[in-house]
Design a protein around this ligand. Structure first.
Ligand code: ADE
Length: 419
């Protein structure tokens, strides 16, 4: 019997069906899976993965297992697990999985402990919680670890900070920073899935709404683009002047949160920081304002502050909590302030996770061959892997690119031909 801690094994049939459905949209990962099956590049390697337990992650886990890896999976967020997927991973694919949607903080960390008990050679993380535990409480097993991959912006920031303090203990690849990851997953994935989560939670009409997007990184850009496409009036709040300028020239209104607070109907945080929406902002909001987070951690909205300025709160719909403010107005907090695309919807669509997880699979393979030559630092995805993923995705979509002639190449490499 495969080990694990999941909600209900009886959900596994539905989970398997959904995992197979996701696979239809993941041609790049599927082709890597076929090669891995034949070549067994990860044979006898133990991997501990702390990722959102979704159908897309299941396809990555299956790919790594087909490549010979001995893999254990745990959740990278207490509210992002798809319980049917977790059940199928354990019972249909024999991949030990520790994750239950809605688990409390203690259980969340116990599940990370279980994944670390596996004594990994490689780690995969989305947000760096597993790596942090390894570098703090489980230093006893860190010597065996040869390398790791990090999926998301927040995790890469944490790893760089660990490295800057001289405390990082093994080489890491910042998968997030690959072009074939953040330009697509962060922008189009977050753009679509964030609106999907808010729509599923509330069923609001986007057209005509004042939507305030806080943070204009790749995720914020994607959300602003899609909200505008749905007919919303988009307002961007930013701390970086160049990003703010880009937002303005992309056609969004730009203003401070102090000013946007009283105008917005929907507020979406994607800053990677904390308290982007403060209790001061909330007090100024319109009656009925909706507040959601799509950044990695649930600290972007000051929920403690919100509780302090509220007389009561109650769940009015799944993933929607109504707060009655002391000033007489109501606001609605979605998905407990956790990333709304995974808390209230299914996360990014499989077609975009195809590229993110193809990068993950190829980077683990790369680390298995090269980690002994790498210093202890945070490295970018090798350019050849990024290019390969892009080319494979393009091929899978039946598209091709033009090829420069010899004459064109010569011109592009010359300096002496002018007007
Ligand atoms: N992050 C965002 N969407 C995701 C998904 N569908 N699967 C895994 N991680 C994700």
């Amino acid at each position: 019997m495969t080990k694990g801690d999941i909600k209900d094994i009886n959900l596994s049939r539905k989970g398997k069906q959904r995992i197979e459905w996701a696979a239809r949209e993941m041609p790049v990962l599927n082709s890597i899976k076929s090669r891995f099956k034949e070549e067994q590049p990860l044979k006898n390697l133990r991997i501990s993965a702390c990722l959102h337990v979704t159908t897309e992650t299941a396809n990555l886990a299956i790919t790594l297992k087909e490549g010979g890896a001995d893999l254990v999976l745990c959740a990278s967020n207490p509210l992002s697990t798809q319980d049917d997927t977790a059940a199928a991973l354990v019972s249909e694919y024999e991949i030990p999985t520790y994750s239950i949607r809605g688990e409390d903080t203690d259980t969340y960390y116990q599940h990370i402990d279980e994944a670390l008990e596996h004594k990994p050679h490689f780690t995969l993380d989305d947000g760096a919680d597993l790596v942090t535990k390894l570098h703090t409480e489980r230093q006893d097993i860190i010597e065996n670890v040869q390398g790791g991959c990090e999926e998301t912006t927040t995790g890469v920031i944490r790893l760089k900070s660990l490295s800057n303090e001289g405390k990082l203990k093994y080489p890491m690849i910042a998968v997030n920073d690959a072009s074939t990851k953040h330009l697509f997953d962060n922008r189009y994935g977050t753009g679509q899935s964030t609106l999907d989560g808010i729509t599923r939670a509330t069923n609001i009409l986007w057209a005509g709404k004042n939507v305030v997007i806080i943070g204009y990184g790749w995720c914020g850009r994607g959300v602003a683009l899609r909200a505008k496409g749905m007919g919303a009036q988009t307002i961007v709040a930013e701390v970086d002047p160049i990003r703010a300028l880009e937002a303005a020239m992309d056609g969004h209104q730009v203003m401070s949160m102090a000013n946007a607070s009283s105008i917005g109907d929907v507020f979406i945080t994607l800053t990677g920081g904390m308290q982007a929406v403060s209790s001061n902002h909330i007090e100024k909001m319109k009656d009925g304002a909706i507040i959601a987070n799509s950044g990695h951690f649930n600290v972007e909205i000051d929920i403690e502050g919100l509780n302090k300025i509220s007389s009561s709160s109650r769940e009015v719909r799944e993933s929607v909590e109504e707060f009655k403010l002391n000033n007489g107005k109501c606001v609605y907090l979605l998905g407990e302030g956790r990333l709304i695309n995974l808390a209230a919807a299914e996360g990014h669509p499989s077609a975009v996770m195809d590229m993110s997880f193809a990068n993950q699979a190829l980077c683990v393979e790369y680390l298995s061959k090269n980690s002994d030559k790498l210093a202890t630092d945070v490295f970018p995805v090798p350019q050849e892997i990024d290019n390969q993923v892009g080319q494979m995705k393009l091929d899978s979509m039946g598209m091709s690119v033009d090829i420069l002639t010899e004459e064109q190449i010569k011109y592009l490499n010359s300096w002496n031909v002018g007007t």
